[in-house]
Design a protein around this ligand. Structure first.
Ligand code: ZN
Length: 273
């Protein structure tokens, strides 16, 4: 990530047979595997399933994002970066958020009609279980910040010097290749001109503008906040379903003669701001 020198920590066996070293950066304290030459196999059909946790995680993330969006005072669109088949995006739209999906590796199943691009402007970009997959952490993580979103919410296991028995390493199938320390998050934020609102055990929040002490304190309590939000969400209904039914059923107007390159309304709104 930061170009600092590394110190060998331990080895684990990757893909059942490959000895892999894990190295800690002496500067930002991030942990990285040996150069991951095995990723083609890691992402082959044999290993690249949805994962047993993915549905439950999306339901939890729905409450977490709803909570953070409110307490941080965010206004505007959300992009779920690396959002897989789009379940979190759909769940956020259900409760009224204007959420979009970006994932170049998965098929968009739940968020058809709501694909987004990271270059556009968003109030919030979210990335759950994405950052630990980055083989080029600086280059890859920077992509989330391209459109200068107001907030970036990252869910990834926090490296705090854990040993070879850390359950987040998942050496089989070898997809987790970089582990973010608090120092690594702070280093990235500084490079990109962002503030770090909170670094939690799994959730880190970046903001473009400085966040006041009350909002910052509420963001720090986001795991409890998400649990409380989960209790009240069923009472709020799903206003986004009727809204999207209407939106998707409206025929897109054809570009007019004097505007041959006119973008479609959905593209216009994604490019707005
Ligand atoms: Zn480093």
């Amino acid at each position: 990530l930061c170009g600092g020198s590394t110190q060998f920590r331990f080895t684990r066996t990757i893909l059942g047979s490959l000895e892999c070293g894990y190295h800690e950066c002496t500067s930002c304290r991030g942990l990285q595997t040996d150069t991951p030459t095995w990723l083609d196999r890691s992402y082959s059909a044999e290993f690249h399933g949805l994962g047993l946790e993915s549905a439950a995680r999306s339901i939890w993330s729905q409450a977490l994002v709803a909570y953070l969006f409110r307490v941080l005072g965010a206004r505007g669109k959300i992009l779920d970066f690396g959002g897989g088949v789009g379940l979190l995006c759909r769940l956020l739209r259900d409760i009224g958020h204007d959420a979009y999906l970006f994932d170049i590796y998965s098929t968009n199943i739940y968020a058809q009609g709501f694909a987004g691009e990271p270059e556009a402007n968003y109030a919030m970009v979210t990335a759950f279980e994405v950052f630990e997959h980055f083989a080029h952490p600086l280059e890859d993580a920077s992509k989330l910040f391209q459109g200068r979103p107001d907030f970036v919410v990252v869910g990834t296991g926090l490296y705090r010097g854990q040993g070879s028995d850390w359950d987040y390493l998942f050496p089989d199938p070898g997809q987790h290749v970089f582990f973010w320390s608090a120092g690594a998050h702070r280093w990235l934020a500084k490079q990109l001109g962002y503030h770090v609102v909170t670094v939690g055990k799994t959730i880190t929040v970046y903001s473009r503008a400085k966040v006041g002490p009350i909002r910052s304190m509420l963001a720090q309590g986001c795991e409890i906040g998400a649990k409380l939000t989960q209790m009240v969400l069923p009472l709020a209904g799903r206003p986004g379903v009727a809204r999207d039914e209407k939106r998707l059923s409206q025929p897109e107007p054809a570009p007019t003669a004097n505007q041959p390159d006119a973008a479609r309304p959905s593209e216009l709104s994604a490019r707005a701001q």
